[in-house]
Design a protein around this ligand. Structure first.
Ligand SMILES: Nc1ncnc2c1ncn2[C@@H]1O[C@H](COP(=O)(O)OP(=O)(O)OP(=O)(O)O)[C@@H](O)[C@H]1O
Ligand SMILES: [Mg+2]
Length: 255
C-alpha cells in the first residue's frame, strides 16, 4: 500500500523525484562524551545520509543511547563536532535542534501517561511555527490504532501502541532526520512489522534521513542501508548492511 504524503513532510526536503544519490544530512566527527569521570563515547565518527537508514548496533551499555543523546542535545559532548546540513549543532539546546529538524524517539518511548493520545501528538507542535501546527495524516495511515484511540490516555496504551505514539509524535515535528532508540525493544512481532514499514515509508517517500539504534539484528538487516557497530564507546565496524553477516561483525554482536 502506498500512502499519500502530506505537503508539510516535503517542506525543506528533496522529493524522491529530485533526489539524486545520497546526500549527507548528519556528520558526527570524533565525538567524546562523559558522565562525570566515565567516558561513554570515544572518538565516534559517523554519517547519516538523506533517504537512507543508518543503523547503529551494539550490545548493552556500549554507548548507543549516549550517541543519540549527543545528537539530540540531551547530554553535552566533551570533544569533536556534530554537523547537521552544514550547520554545527554543538552547544545547541535540544529544542533548537528539534526546530532545525532533528526528530527523536527516545529509548523507553517517554510518552506522557496522563495526556491523551491527541495531546501527546500535539506536544510535537512545540518546535513548529503556527502554520505547521497540525497532525499529518500519514501518521494515521501508518498507525491507524492511534486514530481510534485519540482521546485515550497515553498511559493506558500497550507498549507497542506507545511506541507507535512516540514515533507519531516525532513525525508531527516534521523532522529532516529521525533518530530512533531501540524502537523494537519489548514489542510484539506484528507491531515491529508496522514500525519497520513506517520507517521504510519515511525513508522512501520523504527522503528523510533515519538514524536507528537497535539490538534486534534481523530488523536492522532488513531495513538498514548502512550499518555501524559500537563496542565500549567506539565504532568498531562500518559498512553496508550486507557486512553484518561477516564473522568480524558478528564477533562484536554476540554476547
Ligand atoms: N546518566 C548516566 N550517568 C552515568 N553513566 C551513564 C549514564 N547513562 C549511561 N551511562 C553509562 O554509559 C555507558 C553507555 O550507556 P548507554 O545508555 O549509552 O548504552 P546503550 O548502548 O544505549 O545500552 P542499552 O543497549 O542497554 O540501551 C554505560 O556504561 C552506562 O552505564
Ligand atoms: Mg540504550
Amino acid at each position: 500500500m502506498r500512502h499519500r504524503v502530506s505537503p508539510p513532510f516535503q517542506r525543506g526536503l528533496n522529493s524522491p523525484a529530485s533526489f539524486e544519490g545520497a546526500r549527507t544530512m548528519l556528520t558526527i566527527d570524533n565525538v567524546n562524551l562523559h558522565y562525570g569521570a566515565a567516558q561513554a563515547l570515544r572518538g565516534v565518527s559517523l554519517s547519516a545520509d538523506m533517504g537512507k537508514i543508518t543503523c547503529v548496533l551494539g550490545r548493552n551499555g556500549v554507548g548507543k543511547s549516549s550517541l543519540l543523546r549527543a545528537v539530540t542535545g540531551q547530554h553535552p559532548t566533551s570533544g569533536g563536532s556534530i554537523t547537521f546540513q552544514g550547520e554545527t549543532l554543538d552547544g545547541l539546546a535540544p529544542y533548537r535542534r528539534a526546530k532545525l529538524g532533528v526528530g527523536y524517539v527516545p529509548q523507553g518511548r517517554e510518552i506522557f501517561p496522563l495526556l491523551t493520545v491527541k495531546e501527546n501528538l500535539e506536544t510535537g507542535f512545540a518546535p513548529l511555527p503556527a502554520r505547521d501546527r497540525n497532525i499529518p495524516d500519514d501518521i494515521f495511515s501508518l498507525f491507524p490504532v492511534l486514530q481510534s484511540m485519540l482521546s485515550r490516555r497515553g498511559g493506558d496504551l500497550s507498549g507497542g501502541q506507545q511506541q507507535q505514539l512516540a514515533i507519531g509524535r516525532a513525525m508531527v515535528t516534521r523532522p529532516k532526520i529521525l533518530v530512533l532508540d531501540e524502537p523494537t525493544e519489548g514489542i510484539q512481532p506484528s507491531i515491529i512489522k508496522d514500525i519497520g514499514r513506517a520507517i521504510r515509508y519515511l525513508r522512501d517517500s520523504t527522503g528523510m534521513a533515519i538514524l536507528l539504534v537497535e539490538q534486534y539484528l534481523d530488523f536492522c538487516r532488513e531495513l538498514a542501508d548502512q550499518v555501524y557497530i559500537m563496542d565500549r564507546g567506539e565504532i568498531v565496524h562500518e559498512g553496508p548492511a550486507e557486512t553484518l553477516d561477516t564473522p568480524e561483525a558478528r564477533r562484536h554482536l554476540t554476547v
